[in-house]
Design a binder for this molecule. Structure first.
Ligand code: ADE
Ligand code: ZN
Length: 338
């Protein structure tokens, strides 16, 4: 282990942008396929991995929705969550704010409760056995209409005290945040936190809409905000957290080379950026790998790494009292001789 990877491994971190369905490794996909008698269009794990060559977001989404089709029971969702938590606990991750896509499952006939019951039981076990805390964010699929999002919020009504907030994901271009202004108002009225993917492939105008029309608490990705200096100024002034996903950006061709990743520039511009994995089973790395490969490629300093770690907790939906021990642990770690 290099000095840099050892330093990163020991640094307390939170993950704020993780689609749990995107942590489905090919090995587990085959196991669940067998368990649930669902045939996969691939002969081997190697063949699945070879199919993970994407030119853009939609290429990935097509294969990601197909993969999620093996998830059928509460136990499947529990096992998926525990596989993820076990992996990131080893990366020094202490807290996760996890997305799930209920419509991906209800649209293929699963009752709403199956995914959420399984995920909540995985989250409880992770807290007990690994000491990793977690909160759940329910995403609406933006390629579907707002009525479908309202039906999903209605199905989630009995669970709202277990869901910290709502998000917006799937195909961005052509599905602007403005399409979902009504459902975000309804979610806000219910006291839910609000996040939305914006500026991953979509233009800066989508980030403005997420701020002004959806009134989000965080922006997921936000890369293309850098094209608009007035928007950068606004995001910096508001201390808006961006959940940046470097290996996702590389795999989906948002950047051509990790060396050209704008994370350092974001920090230099005063943006409250964080590092996250997005869909680690598809994009070639979990949280630690995102940190190490990006820090190596763009030359992040220890101070910048410490800032990113603090941002991951101050940008989280933990209360100040819940975040405080993590921030103190980061301070103590940064001050200890290595
Ligand atoms: N769903 C899962 N990962 C996503 C991403 N990076 N962008 C939009 N929707 C997604
Ligand atoms: Zn995402």
């Amino acid at each position: 282990m290099t000095d840099l990877s050892a330093f990163i491994a020991g640094l307390p971190k939170a993950e704020l942008h993780l689609h749990i369905e995107g942590s489905l490794e090919p090995e587990l996909m085959f196991e669940l396929g067998r368990r649930n008698a669902i045939a996969l269009p691939f002969k081997s794990v190697e063949e699945v991995r070879a199919a993970y060559a994407f030119s853009n977001l939609q290429d990935f989404l097509d294969i990601y929705y197909q993969g999620a089709g093996v998830l059928m029971t509460e136990r499947d969702f529990h096992d998926l969550a525990m596989a993820y938590f076990t992996r990131v606990a080893a990366d020094g991750c202490r807290h996760v704010e996890m997305f799930f896509d209920p419509q991906t499952h209800t649209d293929r006939g699963l009752p709403f409760d199956v995914a959420i019951e399984g995920l909540l039981s995985g989250m409880a076990e992770a807290e007990r056995s690994l000491g990793v805390s977690a909160k759940l964010i329910m995403c609406f699929l933006r390629h579907l209409d707002e009525d479908a999002a309202f039906a999903t919020l209605k199905a989630a009504e009995p669970w709202l005290d277990r869901i910290v907030g709502v998000g917006l994901d799937s195909s961005e271009v052509g599905h602007p945040p403005s399409k979902f202004a009504g459902i975000y108002r309804a979610a806000r009225e219910r006291g839910l936190k609000l996040v939305a993917h914006a500026g991953e492939e979509g233009p800066p105008a989508y980030v403005w809409e997420a701020l002004d029309l959806l009134k989000v608490d965080r922006i997921d990705h936000g890369n293309r905000a850098l094209e608009d200096p007035a928007l950068v100024k606004r995001l910096a002034a508001e201390g808006m957290t961006l959940t940046v996903c470097p290996l996702s950006n590389l795999k989906l061709c948002v950047v051509d080379d990790l060396k050209a990743h704008p994370l350092k520039r974001m920090l230099d511009l005063g943006l409250h950026a964080t590092v996250n994995s997005d869909d680690p089973a598809y994009f070639g790395g979990y949280l630690g790998e995102n940190w190490v490969r990006t820090a190596t490629a763009i030359g992040l300093t220890r101070d910048e790494l410490v800032t990113l770690a603090k941002n991951s907790f101050t940008g989280s939906f933990l209360t100040e009292a819940q975040a405080a021990p993590h921030l103190a642990a980061i301070e103590a770690y940064a001050a200890s001789p290595s």
